[in-house]
Structures are given as C-alpha cells and as structure tokens.
Design a protein around this ligand. Sequence first.
Ligand SMILES: CC(C)(COP(=O)(O)OP(=O)(O)OC[C@H]1O[C@@H](n2cnc3c(N)ncnc32)[C@H](O)[C@@H]1OP(=O)(O)O)[C@@H](O)C(=O)NCCC(=O)NCCS
Length: 459
Amino acid sequence: MMNSADDNHSAGNDSAQNALVDWFRASTQYINAHRGKTFVISLPGDALTSEHLKKLIADLTLLHTLGVKLVIVHGARPQIDAALAAAQLPNDYFAGVRITTPESIDTIAAVVGAQSIRLEALFSAGTQSASSAPLASTRGEALMVSRGNFLTAMPIGIRDGIDFHHTGRVRRVNAKAIDARLNDNALVLQSTLAYSLTGEVFNLTADEVAGQIAIALQADKLITLIPQDGITSDAGELIAALNPTDAAVLSARYSQSNIDAQRQLGSTLDACVNACTAGVKRAHLIGYQSNGALIRELFTRAGAGSLISDDSLDSLRAASIDDVAAILALIAPLEADGTLVVRSRERLETEIDNFKVIELEGAIIACAALYRTTPSFGEIACIAIHPSYRKLGLGARLLQALNEEAKTLGMTQTFVLTTSAAHWFIDQGFVEGALSDLPEQRQALYNLQRKSKIFLRVI
Ligand SMILES: CC(C)(COP(=O)(O)OP(=O)(O)OC[C@H]1O[C@@H](n2cnc3c(N)ncnc32)[C@H](O)[C@@H]1OP(=O)(O)O)[C@@H](O)C(=O)NCCC(=O)NCCS
C-alpha cells in the first residue's frame, strides 16, 4: 500500500497529466486556425543571446511543422555593438538609430552574416538538438531555410544634419519571391542587411524589415520577441490586447523616453501600428525571456503577451443613412476630379441601401454600390477607397461582396462604367464591352460626353 506522500505525488502527477491532455485537446482549434497562415517573426539581436534561444527555435520549428508559413527576421544590435567596440570603430546612434559609417559597414555585414548562419545552422540541426524530442520530420529531413535578396533598400539619408550613411530603409519587398519559398514549404530567414539598386549594402532595423515584409505579404501575424513580457499598464499589469490607436499613443510616449529599452519598445510598437494600419490582422509582442511564451500566446486562450489588433478592418457592411455624410466626404475629391459622377446628398440618401462600406475605427474608408438595372443585370458604381488605404485589397473585397450580393439577388451579370480604372477592372475579371451590351434603359442614360468605358463580368 502506498503511503500518503506517494498518494499525493501520484495525485499531483494525475492532475498534471490531465491538464496536459486538456490543453492538447483544446489546442486543436488553434492548430486549425494557424494552419496555412503566414507569420512574420522578428527576433531582435538580444533575443539571439537568450538562454532560451534553442527552445525558441524548437517552438518555431513546431509552428512550421503545424503548417504555419514562417518568415523570421533577425537583428544583431548587441553583437554589432560588441564587434565595433572590439575593432575600435565609431559606434554612434542618433534618436535610437545607428549611424552606419562606411568604415563600419564591412564589420556590421560580417556580424549580421554570422548571426544568419548561426540561425540557419540551428534550424538545420533538426530539433533533436533544440529540444528533447524530434519535431521537424519523422524522417530526419532538415527544415529548408531560404535566404536571399528579398528586399531592396535605400538610404535613410541626412536627418537633422546627420548623415546616416549606410543606415537604410526598405524600398521594396519582393513578396512574390518570398511567397514562392513559403509555398515550397521553406522557412524564410531575413537579416537586417539589404541592398540598393546601386549594389550598396545597407543596415536596417529589424522592426522596419519585419513590419514591411508583413505588410507586403499581408501576413496574418507580425510577432516581435521583446525583452519584456509584453506591454504593461502603469500599474505593471500585462495588457493582453490593445487597439492600434492606443498602441500608437504608447509608442509616442515610449519613443520620448531616455531609457534605451523603452525607446526600443516605442519603435517596435510603431512598426506594429503601421503594420496593423496597412492590413496586417494581428501584431503580437511576446517575451523571449519567458520559456514557451510564444506557444502560450498562440495556443492558449489566456495568451502570454500583448496583442495589437484592429478587427474593424473586417467590418465590411451595408451602409446606413448615418453613413451618408462620410460617403459624401470620401467621394467628393473623386467627383471634383471627374473620376466619379457627382451625386447629390438627396440622391445618396435615396440610394443608400445600394451601398456597402468598410469602416475603420468609426471612419468610412471605402464604399461601393450595386444597382439592379434589370432582374439579371447589376451595375457596380461609385467604388472608392480612401487614398491612405489603397493597394490593400479593399477594392477587391468590396467588389467580391457586391458580386455575392448580386448572385444572391439572382443576377447573372454585372457591369461598370469607368473613365479611369479600366485596368483595375480587367484585373478583377471584367471584360470590355460595347454600349449595345448594356440593358436598353441603361443605354439611354449613357453620358456620351464622359466617354466611359464599359466592362462586364459574368457572375
Ligand atoms: C480603383 C480602386 C477602387 C482600387 O482599390 P484598391 O483597394 O486600391 O485595389 P486593390 O488593393 O484591390 O488592388 C490594387 C491594385 O490595383 C492597381 N490599381 C489601382 N487603381 C488602378 C487604376 N485606376 N488602374 C489600374 N490599376 C489600378 C494598383 O496599382 C494595385 O496593383 P499592384 O498591386 O500591382 O500595385 C482605388 O484605387 C480607388 O478608389 N480609386 C479611385 C476611384 C476610382 O477610380 N474608382 C473606380 C471608378 S468606377
């Protein structure tokens, strides 16, 4: 018979095992939600010095194994600081940004390159060496890591009279090339070095590189590993979720700080806010000093970091009479330059049920309308995206929503008249037609002076 100490021990084991089984079962929903999604993960240079680095690599490999497409961006700030000090080269910062002098760029390139190789080696080692169990492949195949010239850089130039020399920023991201590697089941590894069209090497910040890649890929998540557990309130409590507006206020506040870590957090927050504003659904800040925080944030309801998200970009909805003023303000410049036909307030009020809008934090940033011309024919009109939110796929989403509505209403074809967006409609699957292709009553209303082109799409 067991003594009571053994009983307690065994009961403890049982409850730990039950908790594990419960968690594993509950994780199904997260595994399904993350499969096939694209995450851009930023590992700052200090994360590479963490005692948990190998476990972090194992966790990232686990994500890859579960079907998450991963782009890992790494920095090397403390490693560069140490190398420049050892070589007695200048090591100056201005407003938290390194000044990369011509004398130091070769040393910096060598240090960053060495960190890339180190990470590539860790990912290639299989997870045998990174954790207690193999994860990547049952056949022991190495996880494919892809590196390349995915970015084009340009100099940040001279600011406040200071020449930043080889400190650069992102000019372009070759999203197509990155996507191709991800679709080929490779993990993409990107450092903070990038090249200009003139062939020069530039040193960028990990925050900017990760943020710009996330935007270019329209990634599902931008995840930055930070020294803190996440964002904390003034009372020191972890803030699990915040919207981009609040994050922007905090970013501005931290950026003013004299404390390096806070200023760094300010710049990370800024990159997250930019990404969320430009269509990245979620940005997470997760502590690299806390073992397993990445897994807890992604696979448990409680989470383990701070999430910045603006799900209101999802709020594509039917317009209501309350939106009339905002729609008028959105389309006024386009009416003024002749892109759109002028609509009076009265007309818009009468026709408001034809409109769909996209709302961002209470502001209408896009609109479009569907008019039923005949039982089977619908006209798409007044499609307008606020200039700050173009090229994010919102126009295509609105068109898709109108298409679905047209289908629901039993229409078989839609058409649009446009003077300035012909190629965009062609990209969306429309085909140019003639006036005679339109229903007769619409032909009669055609404004000959506008000389609009006619595009049609079968539903
Ligand atoms: C045309 C419009 C609705 C597109 O909306 P959007 O949300 O930016 O479009 P998407 O993100 O779905 O697509 C963007 C792509 O279309 C291209 N595009 C945008 N406007 C274009 C135009 N007028 N002609 C050709 N291509 C255009 C962009 O260059 C981008 O291509 P890229 O990714 O290869 O660089 C938007 O630019 C707009 O509001 N324009 C002003 C109003 C207008 O012209 N309305 C149509 C009148 S009927």
